[in-house]
Design a protein around this ligand. Structure first.
Ligand code: ADP
Ligand code: MG
Length: 624
């Protein structure tokens, strides 16, 4: 009575099979991993059903959850069976006849390219099942669904079509029988299959029985007691979960019972692929409920800026049958996210305390994510602030310090944390902004990345001390610092008040269309002038970054007018005052050049053509 029907593979599947059969033969081992992973998926799905339904609704509910692999060397046959969810006849046709993912041509082109380069990518493309044809001349799939409907057999040689026929008397689950191709006979040998399982499928949370013998030790490592886990086991688990070959930088295994039951095992990997130029990485932490995967590479269980972490979060408080969409709005998920994030940041702070040198290595590689966290996530500002590292005027070269260390050295009455942006430590120290800080012995943080000023302005304050950029117009260092009582340097050359005021009003007039204001500086020591920001919020660095952003969108790169502060004790400025009287037009050239120079020292752009021409005119005067 069993009538077989023949079905054509979907066109894309045909192309895919052609690639699988004809191009993928260098690393055939992966087909075993793919089929075991499907079996484990099917078992997970069955367990999921069994936990949410009445036992009598489940077919063969007494059958234990496991994967059995049997080998027949004589017949050159490999059989992988699972007692998972199974497939109905219709599901066999749909699931094993089409490509679940977008079966588009670009997908196939990418796959062909991946196949050429690295066959291990095949799993990521979701072509798992079809990899059976890498080693199989003929593949039969016998399956019976958990709903108890009659079983069916699917069979194909991978070229063009497959047959479906009824297959009575099956137990629940799926059995895949592979008649091995010539040259693939090893896959019917125990040592071969065992070594593949050990390599790829060591942590599958169901027994894998190879010829009756369990070859994987069932390991949902995160559910076990920390004290009983060997380093070696953690390492192996990391390699498995992160698909990595290296060792993790950090690992954090933690469990809580109240108010939430959470088991979590998180790893910081060795490399940061984003800064290596691989583009944005996708989240690496999977969400489980009682060892059942509910969200792989979860976008919701951790904040986006922790996407570099690998590992597992398991909470039995989560509802099992929750959709990915519902996860996003789930209040419990939000709570778990908060608990884990806080715990992880606390862990980092502890590690930094224990071994700052190692922490700095972490910081160098992954610090950028923490900065992203400050800028995007108000909730964890305090914890994140503790973890930031910057160089400062009192840090050793290339050994950044934390804000806590800065606070330790805070001067008397110092209520603010000062910082200044520049392309490098050397550039900052050669510039005008740090002069008074040096003189007064006040520590100043050097921010050398374009995003740093945004980060600090988001952070706003740390331990009650406000962040203040040294290029702010309203900054005053009077009455601050260790040397606050040091006598002002006597300088006979300095312009007296009247001459100073005259020069200021002349400069305001001369630089009218360039600056918002000109004033006499109380914080320049050596340099003739500097640019400061009347806007208390934006630093020059922030404006530069935003101007570049606008220009990339084809908009104007213009920035707001700045204030110019001049140093009336500086010889050039004094001479300029005289020059205004003797040769005003030349004085104007000098004033413009001073302004341009100050802009450049602020990291802001000037019109290079205009500046170079003016500069030559000034040089010409000098050599005449
Ligand atoms: P993926 O595993 O990425 O979904 P596969 O090509 O490996 O892609 O499998 C295709 C589909 O076939 C699966 O999604 C599943 O529905 C079904 N399937 C494959 N193997 C099994 C199995 N052992 N038990 C039940 N269903 C399976
Ligand atoms: Mg699969």
């Amino acid at each position: 009575m069993s009538s077989a029907t023949t079905h054509e593979f979907q066109a894309e599947t045909k192309k895919l099979l052609d690639i699988v059969i004809n191009s993928l033969y260098t690393e055939r081992d992966v087909f075993v991993r793919e089929l075991i992973s499907n079996a484990a998926d099917a078992l997970e799905k069955y367990r999921h059903e069994s936990l949410t339904r009445d036992q009598e609704d489940l077919f063969d509910s007494h059958v234990p959850l496991e994967i059995s692999i049997d080998l027949d060397e004589e017949r050159k046959e490999l059989t992988i069976a699972d007692t998972g969810i199974g497939m109905t006849g219709d599901e066999l046709i749909a699931d094993l006849g089409t490509i679940a993912h977008s079966g588009s041509n670009s997908f196939l082109a990418e796959l062909a390219e991946a196949a050429r380069k690295d066959v291990s990518l095949i799993g990521q493309f979701g072509v798992g099942f079809y990899s059976a044809f890498m080693a199989g001349a003929k593949v039969r799939v016998q399956s019976r669904s958990w709903d108890g409907s009659e079983g069916h057999e699917w069979s194909s040689d991978g070229t063009g079509s497959f047959d479906i026929s009824e297959c009575p008397g099956l137990h629940r689950g799926t059995k895949i029988i592979i008649a091995l191709k010539e040259g693939c006979e090893d896959y019917a040998k125990k040592w071969k299959v065992e070594s593949i399982i050990k390599q790829y499928s060591a942590f599958v949370p169901f027994p894998i029985k190879l010829e009756g013998e369990t070859v994987n030790t069932v390991q949902a490592l995160w559910t076990r007691n920390k004290a009983e886990i060997e380093d070696e086991e953690y390492l192996e688990f990391y390699k498995f979960i992160a698909n990595a070959a290296d060792e993790p930088t950090y690992q954090l295994h933690f469990s809580t019972d109240a108010p939430l039951a959470i088991n979590s095992l998180l790893f910081v990997p060795k490399e940061n692929f984003e800064i290596m130029g691989f583009g944005r990485v996708s989240p690496g932490v999977n969400l489980y409920c009682k060892r059942i995967l509910i969200d792989q590479h979860s976008e919701t269980i951790l904040p986006e800026w922790l996407r570099f972490l690998k590992g597992v979060v398991d909470s039995e408080d989560l509802p099992l049958n929750i959709s990915r969409q519902a996860l996003q709005d789930n209040a419990l998920v939000a709570k778990i996210r908060k608990v884990i994030t806080k715990r992880f940041l606390k862990f980092l702070a502890e590690e930094a305390k224990k071994d700052e040198e190692s922490y700095l290595k972490f910081w160098e590689t992954f610090g950028i994510y923490l900065k992203e966290g400050v800028a995007s996530d108000f909730e964890f500002r305090g914890e994140l602030g503790k973890l930031l590292r910057f160089e400062s005027s009192k840090s050793k070269e290339s050994i950044p310090i934390g804000l806590d260390e800065y606070l330790l050295r805070l001067g008397p009455d110092q209520e603010e944390i000062y910082y200044i942006n520049g392309p490098s430590r050397t550039a900052i120290e050669a510039g005008p902004y740090v002069e008074m800080f040096k003189k007064k012995d006040i520590e100043i943080i050097y921010t050398t990345e374009p995003i740093d000023d945004f980060v600090l302005s988001h952070l706003a304050d740390y331990e009650g001390k406000k962040f203040v950029s040294a290029d702010r117009a309203d900054l005053s260092l009077d009455d601050k610092g260790e040397n606050r009582d040091a006598p002002q340097d006597e300088n006979d050359q300095a312009l007296d008040e009247k001459r100073g005021e005259e020069l200021i009003s002349w400069m305001k007039k001369t630089l009218n269309d360039k600056v918002a204001d000109v004033s006499i500086s109380s914080r320049l020591v050596d340099s003739p002038a500097m640019i400061v920001n009347p806007d208390g919020f934006m630093t020059s660095s922030m404006e530069r970054v935003m101007a570049v952003g606008r220009m990339e969108k084809g908009l104007t790169g213009e920035i707001s007018k700045k204030n110019l502060e001049i140093n009336t004790a500086n010889a050039l400025i004094c001479k300029l005052a005289d020059l205004v009287d003797s040769d005003e037009s030349f004085a104007a050239e000098v004033a413009l050049q001073i302004y341009d120079n100050a802009m450049i020292q602020a990291g802001l752009t000037v019109d290079p053509l205009e500046m170079v021409e003016r500069n030559y005119r000034i040089l010409q005067k000098a050599v005449d």
